[in-house]
Structures are given as structure tokens and as C-alpha cells.
Design a protein around this ligand. Structure first.
Ligand SMILES: [Fe+2]
Length: 295
């Protein structure tokens, strides 16, 4: 596949899995998800061998350069988490979270206020960092690089929305057992990084009205959990939250299962990689990526 074809495939999978209806928007693929971008390399490059990593830095670019010198075929690198301008622009994708809150009954005005504030604050916060290092290394070694973040997290969101639909009448404890059997989550658990209940005391409760929170890039504002509880959300199944939000979930008395960060990212990436392999692209799993073929 050409480098740009691989990129377009990921974006289109992200659009197909998006909780918003984006079908009426006709624009270039690079405009849909600010944190999913081609960062270096010829768009027409024929790609047969890819290394796929969750994060990218100078260290990994150097390692990949060494691997290439040792005759390991790597035509291009795909990182899940954004870097370079895709990092600085990442907060824009949080708009998906606003759409998710509204779906669960949070009023539009409050949702818009909270998301605008979150995007502004995170843009300032991320803007204080240097996100130019990995691309500097990739350009220096001329290693083609793209990052695919929210387009892929949308696939994970979709995967769990379908799963949860079948388990609304289960208990939280039983749903946790089902999630623990998902291959990527089991691989995470084998490394001591498995799915868990935010509050063990919720185990016997029913799943009920459950929101899936796997996409939108940023930790949501703390206040959202109380508002979701008022909107009769019983349970949140998410990928990972910071400690402040974990405390807020407990305080809001919402049941929550967190599936694990690397496992959650890997579920979306594996769906994408299965299609790449069908198209003749070989995948090397890089750090953090639990490769598992579903087909
Ligand atoms: Fe992630």
C-alpha cells in the first residue's frame, strides 16, 4: 500500500466508528482528526513493512535506524500517540467527548462550555512542551512517520459500545470478567496492567445505563461525572483516567471499569492492522502494542 493509502484507511475507519455522523462532511482526510497526521515521508512511498508503536521518541527512532542497519525491513513507522504539530493540535479532538456527554443527556450549553474550557486549558498546557523531537529524528534519519490517534481510539470506542449493549443486565463484576477475557486486556493483565474496577464495592451492581469513554484524547473535566450521574448514567467503561477523575467518579457514585491504556489502544490498532495485513503490509509490534489478529 502507498503511505497515504494507509493513512486514508485509518481515517476512514475512524469516521465509520465515530459516534458523530460525519458522513455529510466532505473534506481532506487530514482535516478530520487533528491528532492523526502524516508527519514525515513521501505520500506515494510503497510500504510493505511497518513498525507500529504506541509512543514515539528520539530513542525509538534511533533503535529503528539500528534495526534497519541490521537488515530488518522497516519502510515506515506508525505511532499511536501524536507528536509534532499533531500533539499541539490534539485538544481539538476532545469535541467528540462533548458529543458523547450530550448523547447521555448533559445539556448542550453546559457541554459546550466545559469542552471549550478543556480545549483552551489543554492547548495552553501542551503548548508549553517541546513536541518537535521525534520528528526531528525521523527527518534526520529519513524514516517516514505518521501518527494515528483518535481515528484509532474511535474503533476501540465502537468495539466497547457493541460489547456493552449485550451486557446492560449483567453485574459490574460479571462485565469485568468478560472484559478480562478480551485478548489485549488479558495480555495487559499478564504484565500486571489489567482491567480493574474503580471502586471494588460496585461489583454486585447492575451495569445499567453505561457510557463508553475511549476516545476524545483528553481526561474529561472532573465536574462531568456528577452531571452524568444526574443524567442517570450508572456505569462508565473507560480506558484510563488520572487520579483526580478517579476520585471524582467514586464521589459521583458511578460504577466504572477501566480496561487499561495499552490494551485499549491496541484493540483499535489491531482492527486496523488486520486490514493492513490483508492488503499485504507486514506489521512489527513496537513497545506498548499488544498485537493480536482477530481474523
Ligand atoms: Fe492512548
Amino acid at each position: 500500500m502507498r503511505f497515504k493509502e494507509i493513512y486514508d484507511l485509518a481515517i476512514n475507519l475512524g469516521i465509520d466508528s465515530d459516534i458523530r455522523d460525519l458522513s455529510h462532511i466532505k473534506t481532506d482526510c487530514s482535516e478530520y482528526y487533528s491528532d492523526s497526521q502524516i508527519l514525515h515521508g513521501d505520500h506515494d512511498l510503497e510500504v510493505e513493512n511497518i513498525i507500529l508503536t504506541i509512543d514515539i521518541g528520539i530513542d525509538l527512532i534511533l533503535l529503528i535506524n539500528e534495526m534497519r542497519k541490521n537488515n530488518i525491513k522497516i519502510d515506515a513507522v506508525i505511532a499511536h500517540h501524536p507528536t509534532f504539530f499533531a500533539s499541539y493540535r490534539m485538544p481539538e479532538v476532545a469535541k467528540i467527548q462533548e458529543a458523547n456527554w450530550i448523547r447521555y443527556g448533559v445539556d448542550q450549553k453546559t457541554s459546550a462550555f466545559m469542552i471549550d474550557r478543556l480545549i483552551r486549558e489543554e492547548t495552553i498546557s501542551i503548548g508549553s512542551g517541546n513536541h518537535l523531537k521525534a520528528v526531528f529524528a525521523a527527518k534526520s534519519m529519513d524514516i517516514p512517520l505518521m501518527c494515528l490517534h483518535t481515528a484509532i481510539d474511535n474503533i476501540t470506542q465502537n468495539f466497547f459500545e457493541r460489547l456493552i449493549n449485550e451486557h446492560q443486565k449483567s453485574t459490574i463484576g460479571d462485565l469485568l470478567k468478560v472484559i478480562k477475557k478480551i485478548k489485549e486486556c488479558a495480555m495487559g493483565a499478564a504484565n500486571g496492567n489489567g482491567p480493574y474496577l474503580v471502586d471494588e464495592k460496585t461489583s454486585e451492581r447492575l451495569v445499567g445505563n453505561c457510557m463508553v469513554d475511549m476516545t476524545g484524547a483528553l481526561d474529561p473535566p472532573q465536574e462531568i461525572f456528577k452531571l452524568l450521574k444526574e443524567c442517570k448514567v450508572d456505569t462508565i467503561v473507560g480506558m484510563h483516567y488520572g487520579m483526580e477523575n478517579i476520585r471524582s467518579i467514586i464521589e459521583a457514585d458511578i460504577s466504572s471499569i477501566l480496561i487499561g491504556h495499552m490494551a485499549g489502544d491496541s484493540i483499535g490498532l489491531n482492527h486496523f492492522c488486520d486490514i493492513l495485513e490483508d492488503n499485504g503490509v507486514n506489521i512489527i509490534g513496537g513497545p506498548g502494542f499488544y498485537r493480536f489478529k482477530r481474523k
